[in-house]
Ligand binder design. Structure first.
Ligand SMILES: [Zn+2]
Ligand SMILES: [Zn+2]
Length: 409
């Protein structure tokens, strides 16, 4: 076959990278199947028996057994598929089939170390089994490449999520890049329409929800047709410190409260808007980040901050824009060295008490937020305005680069 307009180097490099990418996807699918299909789980289950929560192996014997039953067959499956990839290239793109040896050689780079670990050659485990190394986690779970905190969750948070071994793409596509099952999630602004919808969809995703509200009422949720009261905690602006004890037990904090003074521009309106929209959220964020200490906190704790589309677009309410932009920029600044994952939630106009003419429904918006979080999207954008999808990443990139250059830890 002729690929005349393309430079052969580009084709060769693409095929080397493509063959490696392909075997990585094969690895992750093999892992998913190992969990779904019980004959394979009988083997793979050994991998889940090896480690203690601090990632030290229970015993050398079990470590070696698990390597024979999981790592070695996994690399052989990858090897087989890398040969199929090469065979396909040999038939269809015979001029370029050599490049697909990249994938074959790459899989052998997993097969031989696996044999080394299975037979107990000293040091091979420390040099080649990088996602299972014990020791303190230095960064939160990574977004695109699997690091130790990312994989730790597959062992100790939820075995039916976080399947990926090197690239996180398969988990992102399956919605298993973040598991909400059993997690304690506290949502502020719980009396509002979005707050209630978020609580509902978080509950559906298996989370234990806590409603944080400044109103004097217990929040109820429609769960399977029944109106059930949920754990509701009353708090007040300026008294965020009182929530410190609660935050110790919270896995995910969703900062979703806010006020819109619309056309007001008095001194009181300015003070109120900054206090509620910016500083109370920022204080809560800082109090929560102090609760991130152990490896399990670094791996599982998260903050989601609803900063709004007003970060880049007019909201026809100057004080809403100013205060939400400041909050957005503070989150960008703190994300640079936060000990856990911080997600931004950027929403377009949805129907609520703050905005009765919104187009999207709060329920639909909440559902999308949960879906995108499960795909581990770090800046969650739900809007009907296509400009936001372009403007937010550009703004985030330049602002965070600027902050990185002109500030230090
Ligand atoms: Zn593992
Ligand atoms: Zn597994």
């Amino acid at each position: 076959m002729e690929f005349y307009p393309l430079n052969p180097w580009i084709i060769n490099i693409s095929l080397v990278l493509g063959s490696i990418f392909f075997v990585e996807v094969v690895r992750d699918i093999y892992h998913v199947v190992s969990h779904l299909w019980s004959p394979l789980y009988k083997w793979h289950g050994w991998h889940h028996r090896v480690f203690r929560p601090d990632l030290t192996p229970v015993s050398t014997d079990i470590y070696q057994k698990a390597t024979w039953y999981h790592d070695v067959p996994e690399s052989l499956v990858m090897f087989t598929f890398s040969l199929l990839f090469w065979g396909t290239a040999f038939v269809w793109m015979s001029d370029y089939h050599w490049a697909t040896w990249g994938g074959v050689i790459y899989t052998l780079g997993f097969f031989f170390p696996a044999i080394g670990r299975a037979t107990g050659i000293p040091k091979v485990d420390q040099l080649t089994d990088l996602t299972h190394l014990p020791g303190s986690f230095l960064t939160p779970p990574a977004n695109w490449f699997v690091n130790r905190p990312y994989h730790w969750r597959h062992h100790f948070d939820n075995q039916n999520a976080y399947f990926c071994g090197t690239l996180t793409l398969v988990d992102k596509l399956m919605g298993t890049a973040l598991s909400l099952k059993g997690k304690t999630v506290a949502v502020t602004g719980a009396s509002g329409s979005l707050g209630q919808s978020l609580l509902k969809h978080l509950d559906r995703a298996g989370a234990k929800v806590i409603a944080l509200t400044s109103k004097d009422r217990t929040i109820t949720l429609d769960i399977n047709g029944k109106n059930l009261e949920i754990n509701t905690i009353k708090w007040q602006i300026g008294q965020e410190e009182k929530l410190a004890e609660l935050f110790e037990k919270v896995d995910i904090l969703v900062l979703n409260h806010g006020i819109n003074v619309h056309g007001e521009r008095t001194a009181e309106a300015i003070a109120k808007s900054y206090e509620i929209n910016t500083f109370s959220s920022w204080r809560m964020l800082e109090i929560f980040l102090k609760t991130v200490r152990k490896n399990s906190d670094i791996a599982c704790k998260e903050v989601w901050v609803n900063t709004s589309e007003a970060e880049v677009n007019p909201a026809f309410s100057p004080l809403y824009e100013l205060t939400k932009r400041t909050l957005g920029d503070l989150v960008t600044l703190r994300r640079l060295d936060a000990p856990c994952v911080i997600r931004k939630i950027i929403l377009g106009p949805f129907k609520s008490n703050l905005n009765p003419v919104g187009i999207m429904s709060a329920d639909w918006v909440a559902k999308q937020i949960i879906k995108l979080a499960q795909a581990d999207v770090r800046t969650i954008i739900v809007t009907i305005n296509p400009l936001t999808f372009v403007a937010i990443p550009i703004k985030d990139f330049f602002v965070s680069t600027y902050f990185k250059l002109f500030s230090s830890k």
